[in-house]
Design a binder for this molecule. Structure first.
Ligand code: NIG
Ligand code: FE
Length: 416
C-alpha cells in the first residue's frame, strides 16, 4: 500500500499553473487561510478550503498532519546544481580572498580542472555517498526536486560515471527528493584537448551525446569567453536539440558574451547565471520564453554584481532561483540564503522568490506540468514552515525556517 497524507488547517500559499509564471504574474500567489490537502499515491487529489474537502475519505489509511498555524508551500525546486564531484577546493577560496580571479585560477589549471582530476579518481560509490549528504541537507531546507549536472569528467567514461551516480541517487528507495540529470560535458575544455576546443566539441557531439541519451534530460554548456564561445556553444546545443535533449546554458556569468541572446535563438529551457546579461539578452529571453535562472549565492561568493532580476521581471520574463551548489564558485546549497540575497540585493519580493523557487524552477527543468505548485494532479511535494507568515523566508537570513518537508506524499525531513 502506498503512503498517503492529509494535511489539514494549513495556510496554503502557492503559485498556480502548469507553466512558468512570467513578469508581474510571478508575484501573484493563491493564499487559502484554512486549507486541506489530500495526497493519494503520491499525487495531490484535493487542495482547497478545509470546509470543502471530500467527506468520504477513508482517513484511517492516511497520515494526518495538523498544519494549523503553519504555511504550506510547494516543495522547492533547486534547478541548477553541480552536486556530484570529487575532492574539495578550499585553497582556491583563499586565493580568491587574496585577489585572484575565478577565471585566472581556471586558466592556470585549477578551478574546474582540479575537480575533474579528483572526480576521475573517485569511485562511483564515493560520488553517490558524498552527493547523498548534500541532498539530505537540501531536503531539510525544503528541496523536493534537485537538478544535478555532470561536467567534472570531461571524458566519456567519467561523464558516464557521474550520470550513473545521479541515476542511482534518483532510484534509491526512500529517496528524499527527485534528482534530475543534466549532461554538462562542455563544462571546460579538458587538458588533453587544450587549444583544440573544436575537436572536444566534436567528441561531445559524436560520442557523448548519443551515448548519454536517456540518461540526461538536458544538455548544458559553460558558454563563456575563453571556454566555449558562442559558435562552439551553438554548434553543440543544436546537435543536442536534434538528438532530443532540452537545452540549458551557463550564460553571461563572467563577461557579457551574448549567451542570453543565444539561449533565446535556440529556444532553450533556461539560461542561468546572467550576471552580465545585456539588455538585448533580457528582451530576447523574455520574448522567447526562456526561464532566467538566477544564482545569487554564486554572485555573493565570487563578489560579483547580482543578476538583474527586476529587469527580467519588468521585461515580462520568468525568473527562477537556484543554488548552483558546486565545489568552486559557490560551495553552498543554502536555500534560506538564496532567498535572503534575492530579496535584499536583487529586489525580488517574497512572493516572487516563492514562485521562482517552485513553479518557475520546475519550468526550468521542463517539469511544470507535474510539480511546482499545490494543485490536483501534481506530485505531493510540500514545505511546511514553522509559522503562518511567509515573510519569515527572507527574514531568517541564512537560517532555516522549514519545519517539515514532504516529498511524494511522505514526510522526509522534520526539523526541531
Ligand atoms: O556554475 N561556471 C561554471 N560552472 C560552475 C562552477 C563550477 C566550479 O567552479 O567547479 C558555476 O559557477
Ligand atoms: Fe553552474
Amino acid at each position: 500500500m502506498r503512503k498517503n497524507i492529509i494535511i489539514e488547517h494549513a495556510t496554503m500559499v502557492t503559485p498556480l499553473g502548469r507553466k512558468a509564471r512570467k513578469g508581474a504574474a510571478m508575484g501573484e500567489l493563491s493564499v487559502t487561510a484554512d486549507a486541506t490537502v489530500i495526497v493519494t499515491d503520491g499525487i495531490i487529489e484535493y487542495a482547497g478550503p478545509t470546509e470543502g474537502r471530500p467527506a468520504t475519505r477513508p482517513d484511517e489509511h492516511y497520515t494526518l498532519l495538523d498544519a494549523h498555524g503553519n504555511v504550506l508551500l510547494p516543495g522547492f525546486v533547486d534547478s541548477h546544481t553541480h552536486l556530484i564531484f570529487g575532492g574539495f577546493r578550499p585553497d582556491e577560496f583563499g586565493w580568491r580572498l587574496r585577489g585572484e580571479s575565478y577565471m585566472s585560477i581556471m586558466e592556470r589549471g585549477g578551478g574546474i580542472q582540479s575537480t575533474v582530476n579528483a572526480t576521475r579518481e573517485a569511485s562511483e560509490d564515493e560520488l553517490v555517498e558524498k552527493a547523498q549528504w548534500f541532498i539530505d541537507r537540501m531536503s531539510e531546507m525544503g528541496v523536493t526536486t534537485v537538478e544535478a549536472k555532470s561536467g567534472y569528467g570531461l571524458d566519456s567514461d567519467t561523464e558516464l560515471k557521474m550520470l550513473d551516480a545521479i541515476e542511482r541517487l534518483a532510484c534509491k528507495t526512500g529517496q528524499r527528493a527527485e534528482v534530475v540529470a543534466t549532461f554538462l560535458g562542455a563544462h571546460a575544455v579538458p587538458r588533453e584537448y587544450a587549444g583544440r576546443t573544436g575537436e572536444y566539441v566534436d567528441l561531445i557531439i559524436n560520442e557523448m551525446l548519443p551515448r548519454f541519451k536517456g540518461k540526461a534530460k538536458c544538455c548544458d554548456v559553460f558558454c563563456e569567453k575563453n571556454v566555449f564561445e558562442l559558435e562552439d556553444s551553438r554548434r553543440l546545443l543544436e546537435a543536442a536539440a536534434a538528438m532530443g535533449y532540452s537545452l540549458k546554458l551557463h550564460a553571461d556569468e563572467i563577461v557579457t558574451l551574448g549567451g542570453g541572446e543565444l539561449s533565446a535563438s535556440l529556444g532553450a529551457l533556461s539560461a542561468d547565471h546572467l550576471l552580465h546579461v545585456s539588455d538585448e539578452g533580457v528582451k530576447a529571453m523574455a520574448e522567447a520564453g526562456v526561464v532566467a535562472t538566477l544564482l545569487p549565492l554564486t554572485a555573493f561568493a565570487l563578489k560579483e554584481p547580482y543578476a538583474p532580476a527586476r529587469k527580467f521581471i519588468e521585461a515580462g520574463a520568468a525568473v527562477a532561483l537556484a543554488t548552483d551548489l558546486n565545489p568552486g564558485s559557490c560551495f553552498s546549497g543554502s536555500i534560506p540564503l538564496t532567498i535572503a540575497l534575492a530579496c535584499i540585493y536583487m529586489k525580488m519580493t517574497v512572493e516572487e522568490t516563492i514562485t521562482a523557487l517552485t513553479l518557475n524552477g520546475a519550468a526550468a527543468l521542463g517539469m511544470a506540468d507535474r510539480i511546482g505548485s499545490i494543485e490536483p494532479g501534481k506530485r505531493g511535494d510540500f514545505v511546511m514552515l514553522g509559522c503562518d507568515n511567509y515573510n519569515v523566508l527572507p527574514y531568517y537570513v541564512g537560517m532555516n525556517c522549514v519545519k517539515t518537508t514532504i516529498f511524494d506524499g511522505r514526510i522526509v525531513a522534520q526539523n526541531p
